[in-house]
Design a protein around this ligand. Sequence first.
Ligand code: AR6
Length: 178
Amino acid sequence: MKSRIEVVQGDITRMTTDVIVNAANSSLMGGGGVDGAIHRAAGPALMEACMQVRQQQGTCPTGHAVITVAGNLPAKAVVHTVGPVWRDGDAHEAQLLSDAYRNSLQLVCDNGYKSVAFPAISTGIYGYPKPAAAEIAVNTVSDYLTRHALPEQVYFVCYDEENTRLYQRLLAQLSPEQ
Ligand code: AR6
C-alpha cells in the first residue's frame, strides 16, 4: 500500500485528484482554514451543494462525511468531513478522527473515484496535536487500502513543514506491503 500513498506540501485547492477532502464543521456552511480556502476556490456552486445536503440530511456529525460537486476546483468532487475538536484526548478524539478518514475513503470508493487528496484534518483550528493526528491518518488510510481497490492513490497534502516531516517519517516506516 506504501506505493499508493504520497505526501505533498502545498495548497489542496490546486490538487488535480478526482476528489479533495475538506476539513469542514458540522454546519457544512463554510468556515476558516482549509474550509475557507476550498469554498473561495470552488465558488458559489459548492455552497449551494452544501446547502442542499443540509436540507436533505441536516448537519454532518463529527466523524461522518458527505460528497458534493467541486464547482470551479480542478477536482471532480469534494468530500466534506468533520474531524473532532481536540479536548483532552479522553473524548473519543482518536476514534472520531479515524472515522473521518475512513468514512471519507468509503465515499471515494463507493463513487468509483480513483484518487483523493486529504488535508491534515483537525490539526488547525480544531487543535489536534499534529504527531498523533498524522499517525491516525497514515494508519487508517493504509489499513483501508489493504482491503479496498479504490482509491488507487491517496495524497496527504500538508500545508506546513511540521506536518510534511511527520507524514514523510511515518510513510517511510510503512513496510512495502502496508
Ligand atoms: N491546503 C492544505 N491544507 C491547508 C490549507 C490549504 N489551502 N489551509 C489550511 N490547511 P483547519 P480543522 C491545513 O483549521 O483543524 C474551519 O473553520 C492547516 O494548516 O483548516 O479540521 C472549519 O469550518 C491544518 O494543518 O481545519 C471548521 O470549523 C489543516 O489544514 C474548522 O476550521 C486543518 O486545519 C476545522 O478545523
